[in-house]
Write a protein that binds this ligand. Structure first.
Ligand code: MN
Length: 445
């Protein structure tokens, strides 16, 4: 089950009796997991996005007709949906066979040829997405942020005058810092952080609102199965420990970050807010969009513990990504967010399995529901930059929006929207939905 093999749930001919699913970000070939509440008084519950609806798994777990179809492993799928109804992490801990069994059952129950009785049963568990409140897809335990884009590392170095040299360790292992899960949010606004920064040529730092606020286009990797403390995960097993992926915006206060970072790493420049998209797209849903891992001859090949047959065959993932910006002026004029860059996850120097292996190599234990950020995702050309510090060259070349407004860094009232999707001939397009967040003015303590 660790290989991204295709099965009936990837059938490009299959459509749903739920019309809104077909052609949306969330067709039945996707089936991403999240958490929602139908009204503000209700407790959060686990759901699966389909078209413009969310399927209530707690409700489905109390019914059984939809689980009886031919091709469904009824025992495994029943156990899986009952676990998900309690807490998505309980399903994550059951492993890839349980994840697959529930996916098959949901797929068949939503497929166009499901019986009228099954359609009625499943239909009674649907809520319109426009009417529910969404939260982080799972209660995130811990959060680590990697740094795996060669182009981002190179571009930022050039933009801030450090030159194009990337730290030597970058080429030998996926490097990261440990972040905080407490400030991870879905679709929320946050206050511009206060902090300390040292302006160029000054002898003393100043305390005040961040002057160089940035976003970082990243993906989130959701750990599924735990590994025991002291038990590193090998490359061949790495993907069986990953449940799925989402979008992540690692908001960054560049002035605060660059003053505090040497010698211990990011701290206040990062921990004020990190935005997540509400849905976890499973690794099984991503199977049709896998790419071979290759390493350019200009850079060292990975050491053996970070290499493997699965990696070489299909370690990469083809995910189209974009960043859009909506200023307060655009919002007041009723204008949609404007796309300011576009790139692809396939450009990362390190793959998801290598990140997971490196995280556990010394014996560190990961848990179901932990999030690993991939680091900023930037492509080879300047237009494919995943942060405004690259697009606007550290403030030297502000970008101009269609309204005529200019941005060197983010202003109060700016909303940033990340989007992701996978597309290829012979497969149904799947989307990640949106990762949104908005900058509010700073507040003095
Ligand atoms: Mn980051």
């Amino acid at each position: 089950m660790t290989n991204p093999t295709l099965n009936l749930t990837h059938d490009p001919q299959a459509s749903s009796w739920l019309a809104s699913a077909n052609g949306s970000d969330f067709p039945i070939q996707n089936l991403p997991y999240g958490r929602f509440r139908p009204d503000s008084a209700a407790a959060l519950r686990c759901g699966v996005a389909v078209g413009d609806q969310v399927l209530d798994l707690a409700h489905l777990a109390s019914h059984s007709q939809w689980l009886q179809g031919p091709g469904v492993d009824t025992v495994l799928a029943t156990r899986a949906v009952q676990a998900a109804a309690q807490d998505l992490r309980d399903l994550m801990r059951q492993g890839p066979e349980a994840w697959h069994a529930l996916r098959v059952a949901l797929f068949l129950a939503l497929r166009a040829d499901a019986s009228a009785a099954v359609q009625r049963e499943v239909g009674s568990a649907l809520h319109a997405l426009s009417r529910v409140e969404l939260a982080t897809a799972v209660q995130v335990g811990e959060y680590t942020d990697f740094y795996t884009s060669y182009y981002h590392a190179r571009n930022v170095g050039i933009a801030v005058g450090r030159g194009s040299d990337v730290a030597p360790n970058f080429f030998w292992m996926p490097i990261a810092y440990h972040g905080r899960a407490s400030s991870l949010r879905v679709n929320s606004a946050f206050h511009r952080p206060m902090g300390q920064a040292m302006a160029p040529g000054q002898a003393q730092p100043v305390y005040g609102p961040c002057q160089r606020l940035d976003y970082e286009l990243e993906m989130a990797i959701y750990v599924g199965q735990d590994n025991a403390w002291g038990s590193p995960v090998a490359m061949a097993q790495a993907e069986s420990h990953i449940f799925g992926m989402g979008l992540l915006n690692d908001w960054s206060a560049r002035d605060i970050q660059f003053w505090e970072m040497p010698p211990l790493g990011p701290f206040q420049g990062k921990n004020f807010a990190t935005s997540l998209s509400p849905w976890i797209v499973t690794m099984e849903a991503l199977a049709p969009f896998r790419l071979p891992f290759t390493r350019d001859a200009a850079h060292p090949q990975p050491l053996a513990y970070l290499d493997g047959e699965d990696l070489r065959a299909h370690g990469g993932i083809d995910v189209n990504l974009s960043v859009s910006l909506q200023t307060a002026q655009m919002r007041s004029q009723g204008l949609a967010a404007e796309e300011i860059s576009r790139t692809n996850f396939k450009h990362q120097h390190w793959c998801v399995s290598q990140m997971l292996v490196q995280h556990t190599v010394g014996g560190c234990n990961l848990h179901a529901g932990d999030v690993l950020g991939t680091g900023t995702i930037s492509g080879p050309t300047p237009e494919e930059a995943g942060a405004i510090i690259e697009l606007a060259q550290a403030g030297q070349k502000p970008i101009t929006l269609a309204t005529g407004e200019q941005r060197a860094f983010l202003s109060d009232g700016d909303a940033v929207v990340l989007r992701g999707s996978c597309e290829r001939a012979g497969a149904v397009r799947i989307g990640f939905g949106e990762c949104q967040g908005e900058v509010l003015p700073s507040v003095q303590p």
